[in-house]
Design a protein around this ligand. Structure first.
Ligand SMILES: Cc1cc2nc3c(=O)[nH]c(=O)nc-3n(C[C@H](O)[C@H](O)[C@H](O)COP(=O)(O)OP(=O)(O)OC[C@H]3O[C@@H](n4cnc5c(N)ncnc54)[C@H](O)[C@@H]3O)c2cc1C
Ligand code: SF4
Ligand code: SF4
Ligand code: SF4
Length: 400
């Protein structure tokens, strides 16, 4: 079947993850990834350039569903030194795996946030450059034409580790359309993604700085002493999900005081595909799945505030990479079931916030901050008034 030139959809738009596999596959530059009114990117076909070859549909993971596998093993992982650990999102399992691949002359692909106005995937071939990939950026990373670069490396017989959200891993595999023995994939357990447009707009509420490289954004904060996550560098701003009741940097800011993070954590600002995400399940599309190890039992003996990664080993290829780092990190084997019970996104996709339709209407007209404030008024009231009130009542009557 050939793609009808007048057919605008490669897959149903509501399921399109923006993975860019179609964009990479088209040999006629007939596809552009364009933003919708929320800033989420979707492929748009230029019908004048399209020859109807159907390669885009053949590369789309929504049309050609990837194989999902239930994990074979589960580990808790943390890097050994606090000084190192503080630069990673959770326990630094991803960093350990990326270093192992580079140490054997392999290539790593991952997401960099060094320009906060353009969070995107890059190719890395040195240990030094691994640092550019560390930390979670809670926004959809732009893939660009990076799958083509992965293919070129695989065709040059290089070992490649690709890291990303599950839909990006699925997009890469679907683009490649066959297995390459030297490709290793590592996906993240994923809550959902806001758009770059939203992140950029949010940062502009804090600063008029136009060069995204001069701005340091920290999406989360850890208890690893001072470092990138806790220090406010002069001329730079940080925002994100800060620990409650901790001064930051000179105000007592709660996570709900930042529109972007509030919208993210309340599942308001994700792209449509995230609410029905087929990768939000215990069966995985990659060789190794990484996440925060929520629900890790106290017997595991980690300082959880410093970050502990969940590491699910889904294939033999994943196992052989993990074996190379196992002795270099604090790794403890755990039950896969413990991980699934502790992590909602290993069970089902995020629930769409009830105010999503309202937000969708308001954002294009009123901008991010006002749209989120108006959409999440009730949630904020609950957090600021109802919850503390309930806690105080419990304390007074001795239930707590
Ligand atoms: C959008 C998003 C949503 C997430 N939701 C959850 C969740 O609901 N529950 C949960 O347990 N964990 C979630 N995570 C995963 C978690 O935040 C950590 O990324 C994970 O624990 C790995 O941490 P680490 O210390 O091993 O990674 P680090 O050593 O800090 O390395 C960071 C790794 O993450 C990759 N990465 C960073 N940002 C992005 C991005 N925007 N897109 C693609 N890849 C990226 C980098 O390429 C790198 O491989 C999410 C991550 C992202 C990016
Ligand atoms: S049908 Fe072929 S030419 Fe047309 S957009 Fe798809 S890949 Fe490109
Ligand atoms: S390949 Fe990816 S970006 Fe293209 S239509 Fe399919 S899901 Fe959307
Ligand atoms: S929730 Fe699913 S569709 Fe959304 S970014 Fe994550 S993996 Fe992709």
């Amino acid at each position: 079947m050939h793609l009808d030139k007048t057919m605008r959809e490669i897959c149903p738009m509501v399921q399109c993850t923006g993975c860019s596999a179609c964009y990479n596959a088209c040999r006629h530059q007939a596809i552009n990834m364009t933003e919708n009114e929320l800033g989420h990117v979707y492929p748009q076909i230029d019908e004048d350039k399209c020859v109807g070859c159907n390669l885009c549909q053949m590369s789309c993971p929504v049309v050609n569903k990837p194989l999902l596998r239930y994990p074979n093993f589960c580990f808790a992982v943390a890097l050994l030194k606090d000084e190192d650990l503080k630069f990673s999102a959770s326990g630094g399992a991803s960093t350990a795996l990326m270093r192992a691949v580079i140490n054997e002359n392999g290539i790593v692909y991952g997401c960099t946030g060094e320009d906060v106005f353009h969070v995107h995937h890059i190719r890395v071939d040195s240990l030094q450059d691994i640092e550019r990939l560390r930390g979670s950026k809670y926004v959809q990373s732009e893939i660009g034409l990076i799958y083509k670069s992965v293919l070129a490396d695989l065709n040059s017989d290089k070992t490649v580790l690709f890291t990303g959200t599950p839909c990006q891993v699925a997009g890469l595999k679907s683009f490649l359309r066959k297995d390459y023995p030297k490709l290793i994939t590592s996906d993240l357990v994923c809550h959902g993604v806001p758009s770059q447009k939203m992140l950029t707009e949010n940062i502009h509420y804090y600063t008029s700085e136009s060069d995204g490289k001069n701005i340091k954004v920290s999406f989360r904060r850890k208890k690893c002493g001072s470092g990138v996550n806790t220090k406010l560098n002069s001329g730079r701003i940080e925002f994100g999900w800060f620990l409650r009741n901790q001064p930051y940097p000179d105000v007592n800011r709660k996570f709900y005081d930042d529109s972007y993070m509030f919208g993210f954590l309340q599942c308001l600002t994700f792209r449509d595909s995230c609410y029905t995400c087929r990768y939000a399940t215990s069966a995985r599309c990659s060789d190794i799945t990484l996440a925060d190890f929520w629900g890790l039992g106290d017997d595991a003996n980690y300082e959880k505030g410093k970050g502990v990664s969940l590491c699910l080993i889904n294939t033999e290829r994943g196992q052989s990479l993990f074996d190379k780092v196992r002795d270099k990190v604090n790794a403890q084997e755990r039950d896969v079931v413990e991980a699934i019970i502790g992590n909602g996104q290993l069970q089902k996709p995020s629930d769409k916030n009830n105010a999503h339709a309202l937000f969708r209407c308001l954002y294009p007209k009123l901008g991010l901050k006002v749209a989120i404030e108006k959409s999440l008024k009730k949630e904020k009231f609950k957090l600021i008034v109802i919850q503390p009130l309930k806690q105080n009542i419990k304390r007074i009557i001795g239930w707590k």
